[in-house]
Structures are given as C-alpha cells and as structure tokens.
Design a protein around this ligand. Structure first.
Ligand code: GLU
Ligand code: MG
Length: 668
C-alpha cells in the first residue's frame, strides 16, 4: 500500500497548488532511476507474494462476529516478539537474521483498513521448483504467527470483504460514523489506519472529487427482493457535513447497494504476486503479456458476493475499489464541460491497464488504447531525457493524475537519490499490472506486480494461484508466448469478470494463437530451453501478423482459455504450463505436488470446483436465517465467517466445502 512517509500532509486545496511541482520532481527522479537502472541485469527471476487479511473477532455466546480495529496493537506485538525478529521476521524495519526463502520468518505490514494486515515472505522466492512447494507452508506460517499475536477471540481471515462492513455496528471498538475525513454515513474515520497518509488520502480524494466517493453495487434480486429495491440504510438523517446531501442529490441508485467511503474498496483484500525480471526488457515483456490474463484471473478468483449486509449481483471487488478511490472531478468524468480541468479521463486511478510497454516487434500499434490520455509535456521531458516512446507514454499516462498526499517537508529540495515524488504518483495508480523500477541504492531489479486476484479463503488456494502465476510467467518467457490483445478488449473483459459466475457463463476476448511463429524462432528470439518439449508449433507463418487485428482474437470461455479448446484451437494456459514443466525435467515428487495446485485452477475453470463467490452465495441462500430477500443478517454472517474459519483450518480435509476445495488433501 505504499511507503509510510512521515510529515505534515497538505489539505486538498494546498496539495493541488503544488501538484505540478510534485509531478515535475517525480519525473526527474524517474529519469534518474531509469538512467541508473536501465542496464541493470539480475540473474535470477525472484518473486514474492502478498496476502491481505481481515482481523475478525467472534463472540460465540452472542453469536456475532465483528471487525477488530486492532491492527496497530497486533503489529506492535509482532514488532516486539524477539524470537520472531531473530528469525528475520516480524516487521520489516526491525527484522534481522539470515535471509533464506521459506526459512526466514515472514514480515507483516499495515494496510488501509484498521482491521487489515498484510503479510509477505521474509525473503523473496527463488527460481527453483522446490521453492514453489514451500509457499503454502510459508502462508500457513504467516497466518499462524498473525493469529499468535491476536486475542484468542480474534482470527485472521482471508475473505475479500467483511460481509457487514458499513452496517454501523460490526466494528470493535465501536466509533460513530461521520468523521471529518471520510464523512461517511456508514463508517467512522477510525475504520482507516490512523497513519496520517491514509485519512489524508481518503479526505483529499473526496475533496478533489468535490463530493464523497460513490459505490453503487447492483443488488442480487432474490425471490423476495423488492423491485425496484432501495437500499434501506441510506436514510440516516445526518446533518453535519455538506456531503450529507449527496444521497439527496441522487448518489444512491435504485437496485444498488450504496456505499460512500474509501474503506468500502480499500478495505478489501487481494493476493498479489511480484516478479523481478532479469532486466528491463524482460520486465516490459512480462508487463505486456500478463495484462490480458488479468480479467481471467479476476474471474477465476471471484470471492466478493456480499456488501454491507446484502447479496450483490457481482462476484468481484475490482470496480468497487475503483469507485472507492475515484478522485475525478465532474469535468474529468464528462459530467460537465471541460473548463478548469485538463482532460476527460475514462478510468479511475484504480483500473485495468491502459498501456503496453514492451519493445516486442509483435506489439502492433492497433493493440494500443486509442483513448489513452497522456501529459504531453511530461512525455516530452522523458523523451528528451533519453527514454523511448513506449515507456515515456506509459509514465506520462500515469502522471495525468494529481498527487493526493503531499508532505510539506518534501517540497524543499529535490533529492535525485530518492524516489518519493515518483512513488507518490506511481503508488496511487493502482492498475491491474504495475511496472516497478528498481528502488535506489539496493540490489533489487525491475519488477512487475500482478494485482487483480481476489484473496482466497485458504492458504492452499492462495498458494495454488501463486504457483500457477509463477509457472505461467515462466512459460510465457520460455516459449515466448504472445497474448497481445487490443487494450480496450481487456478493459471490456474486466467488466465481464464482474458478472455473477462469469467464470462459467461468460466469454472473454482472448488471443487465438499464443505460440510464437516459426520465423520468430529462427530469429533466435524465442528458443525454449534446450531439451524443451514445446507445445506443437503451427505451420510456418509470416514473422509479424498483417491481417486484421480482429482476426487474431475471439470470445472464449474461461474453461477454453485455461484448459484449452481441444479442437486444435487455443492450447490452454494449463497445458502450456504442463508443456513448460515437461521441458524442465521436474522430479516426479515435485511434479505431483505442483499438480495438486494446477488441479485447483483447472477445476475452477471447468466448473467442477466452485469459486468462493459461488460457495458463499450458496451458503447464505441455504441458511435457515436467510429470507430470500438479499439481506445477509448478523446471524448468517456469524455462521458464514465461522464456516470460513473452519475451511481455513481444515481445508476440506473434514469433508467441508469440497465443492470449492476439491478432494481431501493430506499434506500441508
Ligand atoms: N487491497 C487492494 C486490492 O484488493 C490492494 C492494495 C495494495 O495495493 O496493496 O486490490
Ligand atoms: Mg496490500
């Protein structure tokens, strides 16, 4: 969630005045890093994963569950655990000891919600296949450590969103809503991490936008849900802030669950994977090739069917976070003619990618987003500074945004050995794939962060998706796979991924033929490792495609994309991964263990295994306390979160939730 700098943050009107200044310095810092690091070579493809948790507290006597706002206490307890620190874990600032993947204790980090925690492995994972087998154990270790530093009534769960967030009751300790920063009808300012960055971020997004953020999630119409359905919770009569008029001015839409604060989005949890590339070129290629996979990953990991105590008609968190940090003004949104603002912006700061950045000859100009907004002055400065057009365009696109949190102290001198101004813009551009330059003064290389996946309930599933992504990335690089798709199709796919059960019922645009052409191979650009048993090559074709771009892709189900079309068409992501494993002489035992993870992905895609979204819906609708009216009550939520805890602990070994987790697993 970005670095937690200290200082005196500027309120919005003041921050706006210095926005150009911050951007200018950010670009100079970027040029400095780029000049220093553009030739940087790392020999190992390191990677890391991030797990975000909700901390809940159960009251078994009262039969209720609440969010616990004890993030700071828990992090403090972790930071003072001597044994953990000696094992290299705890909190990153204090951790010490030898760094070894899987052996060094994990580290914990704050997140936006005061009820959230984030945990990462103590050391990056390496290139070896054995490391892949340690991931799940490490994830379990993380959850165990987190749990050991909580009250006995508390538990770190990995649901994307807490089903009752915003019901004005289910937080402990309790605070009244409607604080100065968020001005939410539903949640207090205390819902956010108290570090000054977070409330300032929320307040300045609201102020820049000129009204509160607006999340309207379509409600799931069940048998007894009214039509039109009006969110019964919006009528609280508050009169403290001008924003209390938002609802009266039409902010809450019919048939939608209405939410009004950053916490409703950034209070959601995801699973992220970051890859370190060998060099900038490889990083740029990974960024491009992983981008079309984003919506597929989102649909496969769908886990968010409930908001604010109501069943939603969507399955994933993405658009809700997007709306929760949408700082666009009415002019930028196209609601008013452009007068004071510089341009209309089709997307929020949290959105799917709009650029490709590789220098790959297969990148046709037709794939690029025709609506891309770029700050031409910034682009000119970058090009002037020696950066090529594609990369300069990417950053000049990110820099169309204003910095939201600006610390007064940072505006005095420009330090080119730091990246604070660059990171200010970079880390508040939450796109589904992020291209990350090396941090100054250390050994880390160019990185690509994969951000769309929803967190999964069990560590088995989180490990499975992490392992799948690692193997997929290696297959992409090893076979020089080509998933290029016009950017607007990925934007549409991202919308499609929101639909209920999109993983089974919807189709996504996807490239028909991902295999490199014979000619490209002869050029030496794509030789798989020696001995590689490559997927069957297509007959010879021209080196670069000249036909209409529309002929290169078609609509496919997630099953076809993941498991293959079976008619000689799209080979399938899993078969590609299998071919990669075949080419690598993986020992039988490791291969068997990896197969368990890949089986989960296959099952999710072909519908034999349910997504968490489907499982949760099914559970709620089958609960005796549910009245078929879309309302998820406190009692139902308590049982649901208990069921989630049970799954986390037993992972289906007790026969529970097999629909989602698959056959009983004996290891782990
Ligand atoms: N929790 C956010 C999400 O679900 C991501 C926050 C972060 O970038 O760490 O996408
Ligand atoms: Mg995070």
């Amino acid at each position: 969630m970005g670095l937690l700098a200290e200082g005196t943050p500027l309120d919005w009107p003041e921050a706006k005045k210095v926005a150009g200044h911050v951007r200018e310095w950010g670009i100079e810092q970027l040029l400095a890093i780029w000049r220093k690091a553009k030739g940087k070579e790392r020999d190992a493809l390191l990677w890391g994963d991030e797990i975000e948790y909700l901390v809940v507290t159960f009251d078994d006597e009262e039969h209720n569950v609440k969010l616990s706002l004890r993030q700071a206490d828990i992090l403090r307890a972790l930071a003072s655990d001597e044994k953990l620190l000696k094992q290299g874990g705890g909190v990153p600032e204090l951790a010490r000891g030898n760094v070894k993947p899987g052996k060094t204790a994990p580290t914990f980090h704050p997140e936006f919600g005061r009820f959230m925690l984030e945990a990462t492995p103590g050391a990056p994972w390496g290139i070896g296949f054995k490391d892949l087998l340690d991931v799940e154990r490490d994830m379990k270790w993380r959850r165990q450590i987190a749990n050991d530093h909580m009250y006995s009534s508390e538990f770190p769960i990995t649901m994307t969103t807490f089903p009752l967030l915003g019901d004005r009751k289910s937080i402990t300790p309790w605070y009244p809503p409607s604080g100065d920063k968020l001005r939410s009808q539903f949640v207090p300012d205390e819902i956010a991490n108290p570090h000054i960055r977070f409330p300032t971020l929320a307040a300045n997004i609201r102020a820049r936008r000129g009204r509160k953020v607006e999340l309207n999630v379509p409600v799931f119409h069940d048998e007894k849900t009214a039509r039109p359905w009006k969110d019964p919770t919006v009528n609280y009569d508050l009169h403290q802030w001008p924003e209390d008029d938002d609802v009266r001015n039409g902010a809450a839409k019919d048939d939608c669950i209405y939410m009004d604060a950053m916490a409703f989005g950034m209070g959601s949890c995801c699973l992220q994977i970051t890859f370190q590339a060998m060099n900038i070129e490889e990083g740029r290629k990974m960024y491009d090739q992983l981008s079309p996979l984003g919506p597929i990953l989102l649909a496969l990991t769908a886990a968010t069917p409930i908001y604010k105590g109501f069943l939603a008609d969507t399955d994933v968190r993405w658009n809700q976070i997007s709306a929760a940090v949408d700082d666009r003004t009415p002019e930028e949104l196209g609601e008013k003619p452009l007068k004071n603002d510089r341009w209309r912006m089709p997307k929020s700061r949290y959105a799917s990618n709009s650029t490709y950045i590789s220098q790959d000859p297969r990148l046709r100009p037709e794939y690029l987003d025709p609506d891309l907004i770029v700050d031409e002055d910034i682009k000119a400065r970058l090009v002037d500074g020696g950066m090529d057009d594609a990369l300069a365009t990417h950053f000049a696109h990110l820099f169309i945004r204003d910095p939201i949190v600006v610390f007064d102290e940072d505006l005095k001198d420009l330090d080119l050995d730091k990246t604070d101004h660059f990171e200010n813009l970079q880390s508040t551009n939450w796109q589904h794939i992020r291209f990350k330059p090396p941090p100054p003064a250390n050994d880390i290389g160019w990185r690509v962060e994969v951000r769309p996946m929803e967190i999964q309930i069990t560590d088995f599933e989180n490990a499975a998706f992490s392992v799948f992504m690692v193997l997929m990335t290696r297959a992409i690089l090893s076979f020089d796979l080509n998933f290029y798709l016009p950017i607007p199709r990925t934007t549409e796919n991202m919308e499609t991924a929101h639909r209920r059960d999109a993983v089974l019922n919807d189709k996504f645009y996807f490239r028909k033929d991902p295999l490199p052409k014979r000619q490209a191979k002869l050029n030496g650009a794509s030789n798989p490792p020696s001995g590689a048993n490559t997927p069957q090559q297509q007959p010879s074709r021209p080196p670069s495609p000249f036909g209409p771009v529309e002929d290169e892709y078609e609509l496919m189900t997630v099953d076809e994309i993941v498991n293959g079309k079976g008619d000689g068409g799209f080979p399938g992501l899993i078969p590609l991964v299998e071919s990669y494993l075949d080419s690598m002489n993986v020992d039988v035992e490791t291969r068997c263990e990896l197969a368990q993870y890949l089986a989960l992905i296959k099952g999710r895609a072909n519908g034999t295994l349910w997504t968490a979204a489907k499982w949760i819906r099914h559970y709620v609708r089958g609960h005796e306390g549910y009245k078929m009216d879309s309302v998820v009550s406190e009692g139902v939520t308590y049982d649901l979160v208990k069921a989630v805890e049970r799954m986390t602990v037993h992972e289906g070994r007790d026969g529970f939730a097999r629909e989602m987790l698959g056959e009983c697993r004996e290891r782990g």
